[in-house]
Design a protein around this ligand. Structure first.
Ligand SMILES: C[S@@+](CC[C@H](N)C(=O)[O-])C[C@H]1O[C@@H](n2cnc3c(N)ncnc32)[C@H](O)[C@@H]1O
Length: 258
């Protein structure tokens, strides 16, 4: 099979956070040029319509630890398809290097002598809050934001959540919904109980859902979480910039005054 294609190449492409228009021009051009596309679960399938008719699009995603293919098989599929057909696009949700295992795949591909190109994507960590009008930083409110995983492979929550909670940083937690209660019960130990937080599910997509509350009320939202949809948790005063939070604040103040 090896050496059949003249220019075996793998292009690692970030597809953006969900909305098909939030891919880069360069990423879209890569899809158009691909001979084979291997794509993940959170990639918007609309994007695949831009591929040539002859392009084979292979789903290799995983959701809730259900893998269509083990990682080693995906690595080998990238190499085999590049040698057989030429340009393989490896299409991943958001940015491939943000909790995307992009580097593991690319390391394997490069070790097999296949050329690699990188095309970044807009990570959900940035795009999902931003598309809702929640700034990750605001002068006077915070000086940094931390993007943290809410799920470690050993089932424990990351120490970085506890470290981040002790700073003034906005916390952006990916893959955290299943550990929501544990995460919040830790964060509330270090942050003011009226600190706002948001849960945004299916961000940038038509069925997007946003819930905004304060840490003191985190238990009230547990039952509203849809564990089948991807979601991020944003914690910090910047969440108060969301219009619905301001409205609720005004209502609260009016109730006290009247
Ligand atoms: C395996 S990580 C991959 C992240 C991806 N590489 C990125 O940069 O966005 C998957 C997690 O990203 C978050 N996520 C991805 N797309 C999302 C979306 N449209 N809305 C909300 N969260 C999303 C969720 O926390 C989900 O569990």
């Amino acid at each position: 099979m090896k050496n059949k294609a003249k220019n075996p190449k793998v292009i690692l492409v970030g597809s953006g956070p969900g909305d098909a228009e939030l891919i880069t021009v360069k990423g879209l051009n890569a899809i158009k040029s691909a001979d084979v596309i291997l794509y993940d679960a959170l990639v918007n399938k609309e994007l695949l319509k831009n591929a040539k008719k002859s392009t084979e699009c292979i789903y290799v995603g995983k959701r809730f630890n259900q893998h269509k293919y083990p990682q080693e098989v995906i690595n080998q599929m990238l190499v085999d398809n590049a040698f057989k057909y030429g340009t393989v696009v490896r299409l991943k949700g958001g940015d491939p290097f943000v909790f995307g295992r992009g580097s593991e795949e690319i390391e394997y591909v490069e070790n097999q002598g296949v050329e690699v190109e990188f095309i970044p994507g807009i990570s959900s960590a940035l795009a999902v809050p931003s598309s809702q009008g929640i700034p990750l930083t605001k002068r006077g409110l915070n000086e940094s934001f931390w993007v943290i995983t809410g799920t470690r492979s050993d089932g424990q929550i990351s120490k970085d959540i506890i470290n981040g909670a002790q700073s003034s940083a906005t916390l952006v937690i990916l893959m955290g919904l299943r550990n929501f209660s544990i995460i919040m019960s830790e964060v509330i130990k270090y942050r003011h109980k009226y600190t706002p937080f948001a849960i945004i599910q299916n961000g940038t997509l038509p069925d997007e859902k946003i819930t905004i509350e304060t840490l003191s009320n985190y238990k009230n939202v547990i039952d509203t979480i849809d564990y089948s949809s991807p979601g991020i948790i944003i914690i910090g005063d910047v969440v108060g910039e969301h219009p619905s939070f301001l409205e609720e604040e005004i209502q609260r103040v009016l109730e006290v005054i009247i």
